[in-house]
Ligand binder design. Structure first.
Ligand SMILES: [Zn+2]
Ligand SMILES: [Zn+2]
Length: 263
């Protein structure tokens, strides 16, 4: 690899690493530690051990490397004119930029849902997805804890989507940061969405923390990432989703519990 290209890859690798480390650490401190101390929004019955967290970080770092190679592929494809990642907004205008930002999230959710259904086929599950499910009570560090095969398929979305339409660099950055934040919060084990969220007509389309958390606890149903509509359309939403969400958001705080129940 020539020096210039090595520098580009190092930059992408540093960006991917920092995004994972900063968002997972911030989510861990703000939601797990802070909410954990308050202890009234926990969605999980189990608890991650230090071994679980070490495994989540190790596999996530491997994913960071795979994602950075994918970023390099996007860079090379852009240089070769296969994809168009542009900097000048006026090239396609603001309405297109906003449109592409919305479409990439919606299409990614669709890609994720179907890839995830495929990953749950018994043979493929054992080979490529079991690693992610070793976290029965995940933490934000599990956000990228994929088997390298799964990581490669997760990464493939961005270059595949870039074949469909030009992407402003800002849209690419919005996409990866939004994905990382939703992933870290979704694995936090604490319900941060407001009470009644799952019963609201439009808000309920957005997955709450309990949604993916139940997927880890039961290893079936709730395959969606950002939205609930594919699970609802294909009847894969877990029947206990709303009940568990209500439980996580209604459980009394330690102040409300009788004194003898407080450890
Ligand atoms: Zn799964
Ligand atoms: Zn997960």
């Amino acid at each position: 690899m020539e020096t210039g290209l090595l520098g580009v890859w190092a930059g992408i690798l540093a960006g991917d690493f920092l995004r994972y480390a900063l968002v997972a650490a911030a989510t861990f401190v703000l939601i797990v530690v802070w909410w954990g101390l308050r202890r009234h929004r926990k969605t999980q019955t189990g608890r991650a051990t230090p071994t679980d967290i070490r495994r989540e970080i190790t596999y996530s770092l491997l994913t960071v490397v795979i994602f950075s190679l994918n970023g390099l592929l996007l860079h090379l494809g852009n240089e070769a004119g296969v994809f168009e990642v542009y900097l000048d907004v006026s090239r396609h205008g603001w309405p297109f930029l906003v449109f592409s930002g919305i479409v990439i999230v919606v299409v990614h959710d669709t890609y994720f849902y179907w890839l995830h259904r495929l990953l749950h086929q018994p043979l493929i599950f054992r080979l490529a997805h079991r690693v992610h499910h070793r976290s029965h009570a995940p933490t934000p560090w599990a956000a990228y804890a994929f088997h390298p095969i799964e990581a490669a398929f997760q990464a493939a979305f961005l270059p595949l989507f870039a074949l469909l339409m030009p992407l402003h660099l800002g849209v690419v950055l919005f996409f990866v940061w939004h994905m990382m934040i939703r992933n870290a919060v979704g694995h936090s084990g604490y319900e941060v969405f407001p009470q009644g969220w799952t019963g609201r007509p439009i808000a309920s389309w957005i997955t709450a923390v309990t949604h993916h958390d139940l997927h880890h606890e039961k290893a079936s149903g709730n395959f969606g990432l950002y939205f609930t509509w594919w699970d609802r359309l294909f009847d894969t939403e877990r029947p206990d989703y709303e009940t568990r969400f209500d439980h996580a958001t209604n459980a009394p705080s330690p102040e409300d519990r009788p004194a003898q129940e407080t450890p």
